[in-house]
Design a protein around this ligand. Sequence first.
Ligand SMILES: Nc1nc2c(ncn2[C@@H]2O[C@H](COP(=O)(O)OP(=O)(O)OP(=O)(O)O)[C@@H](O)[C@H]2O)c(=O)[nH]1
Ligand SMILES: [Mg+2]
Length: 459
Amino acid sequence: MAQPSGDPFTLAGSGGVVLGEARTSHEGRNAVLLVRGQADTRELEALAATMGISIVETVVQPGREDPRTFLGKGRLLDIADELQSRVPGHPWAKVDLVLVHTNATARQLVGISSVIGLEIWDRVRLLLSLFTAHAASVEARTQVRIARLQSDRTVLRELANQQTMGERAGYGGGGVTALQNVIANLNRELTNLRKRQRKHHNAQREHRRQRARSGAMTVGFVGYTNAGKSSLFHRLSGKQVLIEDKLFSTLETTVGRMEKSPRILLVDTIGFIDNIPNATLAAFKATIAEAIDADLTMLLVDASDPFLEIRRKVKTTRREITERQGLDGEGLRDRLPPCLVLTKADKISPDHLAAVMDIVQEFGFLDPLVISTHENTGLDALQLRVREHLFGAPSTVLIKAPQATDDDASERIVADIHEAGMVEDQEVLSDGTVHLVVWAAEEQQARLKRRWAGRIDIK
Ligand SMILES: Nc1nc2c(ncn2[C@@H]2O[C@H](COP(=O)(O)OP(=O)(O)OP(=O)(O)O)[C@@H](O)[C@H]2O)c(=O)[nH]1
Ligand SMILES: [Mg+2]
C-alpha cells in the first residue's frame, strides 16, 4: 500500500494552505478517475480536458458511494497497490492525481487520501483548480482564493476532528495544535480577503450607480459556461475579451459600450455550472449578480447542445435569474423579463433549431433570438430587440433651425441628442429643420425637452 504522504500539499484539501499559492498549471498531468455506479462522466472529463489533464483510466465500481472512502475500502487498497507497484511502461506510470467523480465530503477526501498517497481532487476541487488556473484579474483571484480556502478549511477541520478522536496520527508531527494554527492562519487570510472583496464590490456598486445616474442602461449576458457570452460581447462592443473553447474562460466582469449606442452598456461575466456547493458558489455570486442585476438580462443558450441539456440549462438559469431578481432590494424596479438568445446557430440543422425553439417556448420564451457570432447572423435583430426593450419605440425629433443670432446652432443640439440616446436616422430638411429618429430613455427625453425647450419637438 502507498504510504500516505506527510506533505500537506498532497493531503486532500490542504493544497495551498501551508505552501502558499498552489500550482496553477496542471497541463500534461495524468490522472485516474474513480466512478461509483452508472454516473455520466462527460462533464468531469470536459473539465479535466479543459485543464490539459489526461485521464488514463476510469475505475468504475458498481453500487452506492461509501460515506467514508467513496469506493469500497478493498477496491481503494487495490488501487493503492497498483500505484505502488508501478514500473516504467505501466499505463499509470505518470499518474500523480486521482479524480473522484462526486462532490466529495471532507470525510471522503481524507479517507481516500489516507489510503492513496497521491493528490486527490473531487469535482469541486477540480473546479477550484480550474478557476485558479484561469483567474486573470485581482477580482477573480480573490474570489477563487476565498472559495479554495473555505473548501480547504472543511478538510482541515475534519482532520482536526479525527485527531482529537484519536483516529489519526498527528499532522506533520505537530498534532492538533499545529493543525489549529494552520486553521487560525487560514481564517485570518479569509477575513482579509473578504474585506478586499467587499471593497471591490462596493466600488463596483458605486460605478453602477454613477452609470445609472448618467442615464446609461445595462444589458447583462447570463448563461452556462461556453455558451458564447464573451463572443457576443466582443461582437457588440468591439472590446477584446478572452474567447476560448474552454469551460470558465471568463471569471470576472467586463463592461463595454454597445457599438453606436453610447447609452447602452453590456456586461460579460462568469458562466453557470450545475451542482456547485453553496459555499463555493457564494464567492462567485456577486460577480454573476452584476449581469443579472442589469436593466435587461440576456439569457444565452448554446443551441447546439443536446435537447436534454438545453432543457436543464434553461430551467436552471431562469430560476437563478428570478430568484436573484426577486431577492435583491437594490435593483428592484420595473424589471424587464429576460430575453432568450440561442447561440451557435451555424452549428445546427433547421430541424434541430425548430426542436430547440419548441423547448424554450415551453419555458415561456415565446420569441427567442437566434444568432451566430461566427457567421454574423441575427446580431442586428438582437440589437434592435435590446433597444426596443430598453427604450420602447423610437421617437421622432425635430430641431427647428435657429431663428435669432444668439440661438444655439442645431449641431450642438444634435450632439446632445447623440449623447442622450441612439440615433437611427438623421436628415436635414430644406428649411434647415433637422429630423432624427432616436431611441432614448424617458428621462433622457424629458431632459432634452427641458434643455432645448422651444427648439425641439419630440414625438
Ligand atoms: N460555431 C460557433 N461557435 C461559437 C459561436 N459563438 C461562440 N462560439 C465558440 O464557443 C466557444 C465559447 O465561446 P465564449 O464566447 O468564450 O463562451 P462564454 O460563454 O464566454 O464561456 P465562459 O467564459 O467559459 O463562460 C468558443 O470556442 C467560441 O469560438 C458561434 O456563433 N458559432
Ligand atoms: Mg466568457
